[in-house]
Design a protein around this ligand. Structure first.
Ligand SMILES: [Zn+2]
Ligand SMILES: [Zn+2]
Length: 231
């Protein structure tokens, strides 16, 4: 159980948590869970499963769980001395786009999480109050409110952490042609005429030498021309 507590330390959006703490929890909200049946006897354990619609913004820029998509949750609630330890898994469909070729892609997400929800009276001094308002709150503890807890910030952190930073349609996606933007996976033998490139390079070399010679003939014709020659 000690290892479990260490694992629960995850980055968290404190601002969003603060908002959640300021609003009273609604026991009918899909991601709010009731711990009353579990009781407060340390060691008591309860497993439960729930299917909920995904809240909005469950993801990052290129990939995420579409709002309203089915999220399957399996939870284990354990009563411990200072609160309820929640361990679980969330499974949901992902939609996004390949960062290389921009094709839409669909994947599955499986996010594991573990979080401690403390009894409010376990440490009354650190309990955030309405007076703190929108001030930055260093406190990293989540609390039970009237035996309820809100899984949403926990699920959100877990899902975001499980997402690929650079989602790709397939590991070896060749991306787009830098010349014309064609999707190279659709056309593996895609080529542009390299002979054209060589001719252009030769022309560009010629073009680079001629103006220099002309400039010398012109001499200094004003401050602008002088500056150019110095470069
Ligand atoms: Zn791709
Ligand atoms: Zn091309």
């Amino acid at each position: 159980m000690r290892a479990a507590r260490t694992a629960s330390r995850q980055p968290r959006d404190t601002r969003r948590k603060q908002e959640a703490l300021n609003a009273p929890l609604d026991h009918r909200a899909p991601l709010v869970f009731d711990t009353r049946e579990l009781g407060r006897r340390p060691g008591a354990m309860k497993r439960l499963s729930r299917t909920v619609p995904a809240p909005k913004d469950l993801g990052v820029e290129f990939i995420g769980v579409p709002e309203g998509a089915t999220v399957e949750l399996d939870l284990r609630l354990e009563s411990v001395m200072e609160g309820v330890l929640v361990t679980g898994t969330g499974r949901a469909p992902l939609r996004g786009e390949c960062v290389r070729c921009l094709e839409p892609l669909e994947q599955e997400c499986e996010a594991e999480f573990q979080e401690m929800f403390s009894y409010p009276d376990a440490d009354a001094r650190s309990r955030p109050t309405a007076d703190t308002g929108d001030d930055a709150e260093e406190e990293d503890t989540l609390f039970l409110e009237a035996d309820l807890f809100d899984l949403e910030p926990v699920l959100r952190d877990a899902v975001v952490l499980s997402l690929p930073l650079q989602p790709v349609c397939r590991e070896d996606c060749p991306g787009l042609c830098p010349e014309c933007g064609a999707r190279l996976a659709d056309d593996p033998d895609h080529r542009h005429d390299e002979a054209v490139d060589i001719r252009w390079a030769a022309l560009q070399e010629l073009a680079g030498t001629i103006p220099d010679g002309e400039k010398d003939d012109q001499g200094g014709a004003g401050p602008d021309a002088d500056e150019k020659q110095e470069k």
